[in-house]
Design a protein around this ligand. Structure first.
Ligand SMILES: NC(=O)c1ccc[n+]([C@@H]2O[C@H](COP(=O)([O-])OP(=O)(O)OC[C@H]3O[C@@H](n4cnc5c(N)ncnc54)[C@H](OP(=O)(O)O)[C@@H]3O)[C@@H](O)[C@H]2O)c1
Length: 262
């Protein structure tokens, strides 16, 4: 699909630029015409992603950041504003693998850690970027998950954190709307990328079947009989961040090939 320049002239901050969706978001936002600010704890990855952005003709500023740390987050905000003089979009994508134990056996510290990152990390950045976003009449997009739509075993602590992130996004939409800031969420289903491919390869070896068989079995639960790809998640994020969604706030867009209907 040809990328239209939906984010032409915009400055987009992406928090949690990891190897998977975070990188895809950075590259696709640049493809849509945005200059970007890349934040995560691993400086070397930020530099690699910045090169991809620059190769697309856009600017990139890298800011090694721990979003659970107030001073580090304050440095991200001041560096972003100093570099570009404005911020139009904040994408909260940061992620660490949640506890996959049943809730009945999940350590409270693990649940606290996941809230610190997913909920309070996103809230901290939203608070700190609010003055700049208000000036720009900007947008926040919080990356959620289809875990919102099911209650499968072992996803309890992940679901608790993402459900709180959704609740927070809705409340922030109400609170920040009068300042012209929109707050939306994107809830991806399975993302057909390297992480899932490696996991399916592991499962295939374990059960003596092929990756294709696991893919088909998983995709059978979706209306489109396939799994969404990272670029397709990014398209939804770019839409919500763009002027095309100027009247949309407080919403959650599910991108799961129809696996769950909401
Ligand atoms: N992958 C899927 O199938 C899937 C499905 C549904 C939803 N999602 C959602 O999509 C989002 C991205 O997931 P992904 O797996 O593709 O991850 P990713 O974008 O590859 O990586 C996220 C990055 O967040 C960074 N991060 C973690 N803690 C941080 C902290 N304290 N401060 C700053 N950055 C931090 C980590 O980089 P550093 O270690 O360098 O900080 C990590 O690599 C998540 O919100 C996830 O819940 C993913």
């Amino acid at each position: 699909m040809t990328e239209s320049k939906l984010l032409q002239g915009k400055v987009v901050v992406i928090s949690g630029v990891g190897p998977a969706l975070g990188t895809t978001l950075a590259v696709r936002c640049a493809g849509a015409g945005a200059d970007v600010v890349l934040a995560a704890r691993t400086a070397t990855r930020l530099e690699e992603v910045a090169k991809e952005v620059v190769a697309l003709g856009q600017r990139a500023v890298t800011v090694p950041t721990d979003i659970t740390d107030q001073v580090s987050a304050e440095n991200l905000v001041s560096t972003a504003v100093d570099a570009y003089g404005k911020v139009d979009v904040l994408i909260n994508n940061a992620f660490s693998v949640p506890s996959m134990k049943p809730l009945a056996r999940t350590d409270f510290d693990h649940i606290r850690g996941s809230f610190e990152l997913t909920v309070l990390g996103a809230l901290r950045l939203t608070q700190l970027f609010t003055p700049a976003l208000a000036e720009a009449h900007g947008a926040v997009v919080n990356i959620n998950s289809m875990v919102l739509r099911h209650s499968q075993e072992r996803y309890g602590s992940y679901k608790m954190a993402k459900a709180a992130l959704l609740a927070m996004s809705q409340s922030l939409s109400t609170e920040l709307g009068p300042q012209g800031i929109r707050v939306n969420s994107v809830a991806p289903g399975y993302i057909w990328g390297d992480t899932l491919k490696q996991y399916f390869a592991h499962q295939a070896e374990k059960y003596g079947i092929t990756v294709d068989q696991i893919y088909e079995h998983t995709a059978a639960n979706t209306d489109l009989k396939r799994l969404p790809e990272g670029d397709e998640i990014a398209d939804a994020v770019i839409f919500l961040a763009s002027p095309m969604a100027a009247a949309i706030t407080g919403q959650c867009l599910d991108v799961n090939c129809g696996e769950f209907h909401h």
